[in-house]
Design a protein around this ligand. Structure first.
Ligand SMILES: NC(=O)c1ccc[n+]([C@@H]2O[C@H](COP(=O)([O-])OP(=O)(O)OC[C@H]3O[C@@H](n4cnc5c(N)ncnc54)[C@H](O)[C@@H]3O)[C@@H](O)[C@H]2O)c1
Length: 389
């Protein structure tokens, strides 16, 4: 990577200033050596939001002007279908790129991005699959790779997020583009499961319905079964209309031990808690620190209660009471990993090649629920993509 030069300040441009763009603005601004200076969007309300963040941002609907605005890095947080063109134009212009997941939403998009990235090996292109960056998920991966579970037969992940308010809050692209839950969100867990078991998916079957959030186009619930090369079976549930708080459960079954979120169970009913809420996730922010401290204290109290519960091993305690998906921390960790790679101090947690494989599986899942047939990946008509991966 000859292109890498450590700079005192990296200037950032954001493409698409909606929910994800605003979150990434906050994280990049919090890095000492980064400053967001430009925003590209095609809709006036986005500029209003940007002006409310900072009056001196360069705001434009002209992508050439955006690329010429003095930026080193492009953050792509526009609708899924637009990622491929913005990534390619930015890379061709010599900019490092951090793109929101999914990498893209089409076979053509994958093809264009992979060809472009391969032609520019000195440019860093990362993908915001922040699920890989959570301490709990890193620990799950370490436990699975250590072999302590014995023979692993099953893994599942849940992306349950009630989007009935958020889906069309800043823009209607999810409606216009028919952004299927699996490609737009479930992909988080398709990617996470592939990464945890370090195996590739060879077959997909799926079902979908549109009952709980009928205003969402096509389907708001996607349930996908995945068969890995090793024979492991996986499941990803993506639900946008469930009347409940967010759920990002991960479960792994081994013949010796099994994982349920942050709990490692033995067949005799004993359990170990291998990840607990982390304090001081937002360094320097006193309120966040106090909040995290309160959560950590609660979790310790609950742990004590769980252990003092006179349980029957067959019907053991099954849940940990505190949420362990620290969204903001995950997004920040992922952006930090990208910046470290740009500075030559690390390696990307998720490359475009990794992310492209997850998109292929998600596209196969949509094909599976639309046709009602199991999709075998090698017959999915993507041989030219396989050559690029
Ligand atoms: N990593 C995550 O957990 C996460 C969370 C949410 C969204 N996302 C991803 O981020 C991206 C944006 O999602 P969001 O929730 O911020 O959407 P949003 O609806 O909140 O905002 C979309 C923004 O893009 C702008 N836009 C619309 N068409 C555009 C175009 N052709 N070119 C440039 N900008 C355009 C809109 O004006 C708006 O400002 C999507 O790819 C989504 O999948 C990722």
């Amino acid at each position: 990577m000859d292109k890498i030069k450590i700079k005192e300040k990296y200037y950032i441009g954001i493409v698409g200033f909606g929910g994800a763009g605003m979150a990434l603005y906050k994280h990049f601004e919090s890095f000492d050596d980064c400053s967001v200076i430009s925003v590209f969007d095609i809709k006036e309300p986005a500029f209003e939001r940007a002006r409310n963040h900072r009056a001196d941002l360069f705001l434009t609907s002209d992508f050439d002007a955006f690329l010429e605005s003095g930026i080193d890095i492009v953050v792509v947080s526009s609708p899924d279908s637009t990622h491929a063109k913005y990534i390619c134009r930015s890379v061709e212009h010599g900019k490092h790129v951090l793109c929101e997941k999914p990498l893209t939403d089409s076979v053509e998009g994958i093809r264009d991005i992979l060809k472009c990235v391969k032609a520019h090996p000195d440019i860093v292109v990362g993908v915001q699959h922040q699920m890989r960056c959570l301490p709990i998920h890193r620990k799950i991966k370490d436990i699975v790779s250590s072999g302590v579970l014995g023979k692993v037969g099953y893994i599942e992940g849940y992306y349950v997020h009630n989007l009935t308010k958020r889906a069309f809050e800043y823009d209607n692209w999810r409606l216009v583009e028919n952004a299927t839950p699996l490609i737009y969100s479930g992909i988080h867990f398709v990617d996470l499961l592939r990464w945890v078991v370090d195996d590739e998916i060879v077959e997909v079957s799926a079902m979908a319905n549109n009952i709980c959030f009928p205003e969402y186009p096509e389907s708001d619930l996607n349930v996908v079964l995945l068969k890995f090369r090793s024979g492991i079976i996986g499941k990803v549930v993506t639900a946008f209309g469930a009347g409940r708080p967010q759920d990002h459960t991960v479960q792994v079954y081994g013949n010796d031990k099994s994982i349920f979120n942050n709990m490692l169970f033995d067949k005799d009913g004993s359990f170990e808690i291998f990840a607990t809420p982390i304090r001081n996730t937002m360094q320097g922010r006193k309120l966040a620190w106090i909040k995290e401290t309160v959560i950590a204290t609660y979790s310790k109290l609950f742990e004590w209660l769980m252990r003092s519960y006179p349980y029957n091993a067959q019907y053991n305690i099954g849940y940990y009471p505190i949420r362990l998906y620290e969204h903001s921390m995950a997004v920040r960790n992922s952006a930090e990993n990208f910046m470290n790679t740009v500075k030559g101090k690390g390696k990307l947690d998720c490359t475009v090649f990794d992310a492209a494989r997850s998109v292929v599986v998600a596209l196969a899942g949509v094909e599976a629920y639309r046709t009602g047939k199991t999709v075998v990946l090698k017959d999915f008509g993507m041989n030219d993509i396989e050559e690029l991966l």
